[in-house]
Design a protein around this ligand. Structure first.
Ligand SMILES: Nc1ncnc2c1ncn2[C@@H]1O[C@H](COP(=O)(O)OP(=O)(O)OP(=O)(O)O)[C@@H](O)[C@H]1O
Ligand SMILES: [Mg+2]
Length: 145
């Protein structure tokens, strides 16, 4: 699904990823490495949250090297941040509703999918998101938008 060729990425003067080439099929994959190894940088670069410095990306056989993050999310590629990813003063339902703004499939259908996948969220629809345990619940309507 993902074909990554000679990817380089980093921040300012810091080059973090150099010349990475790999492919990802239709599978669950974990990226392992020491603190600071570049795992987050890699995921952010693949989702275009961080720009590529060099290299090429293909998704399902199509070039997405220059496709911006908001268009990639419509194709099912999204980066879910490690933390700080809910609006703490909004309810669970409001957070999900905001996440569902992007995409073409009917919003209600996608919200139903999320509530089916995470039934506890349905129980807590009206609860302030910031009051959830850890306040780090990934409120993200499912891919395949
Ligand atoms: N915004 C930034 N500006 C400058 N350097 C950064 C920035 N974010 C990360 N780095 C540096 O990039 C390198 C890779 O960091 P990254 O966060 O990708 O590592 P990681 O493998 O995700 O680490 P962790 O296991 O701690 O989450 C580190 O040297 C880090 O200090
Ligand atoms: Mg990280």
């Amino acid at each position: 699904m993902f074909d990554v060729q000679n990817l380089s990425s980093g921040y300012g003067d810091v080059q973090v990823l150099s010349d990475l080439t790999f492919g990802i099929g239709n599978e669950v994959l974990a990226v392992l490495g020491a603190n600071g190894a570049g795992k987050t940088t890699l995921l952010k670069t693949l989702a275009k949250v961080l720009p590529l410095r060099a290299g090429a990306l293909e998704w399902d056989g199509q070039q997405v090297t220059h496709t911006p993050a908001h268009e990639l999310s419509n194709r099912g590629i999204a980066y879910v941040p490690q933390e700080g990813n809910v609006f703490p003063n909004l309810s669970v339902a409001e957070n999900l509703s905001l996440g569902a703004l992007v995409g073409t499939r009917p919003k209600d259908e996608r919200l139903d999918e999320v509530y089916t996948l995470f039934p506890r969220l349905a129980e807590r629809k009206d609860q302030r998101a910031g009051s959830l345990s850890g306040a780090k619940v990934r409120c993200w309507p499912s891919g395949g938008r």
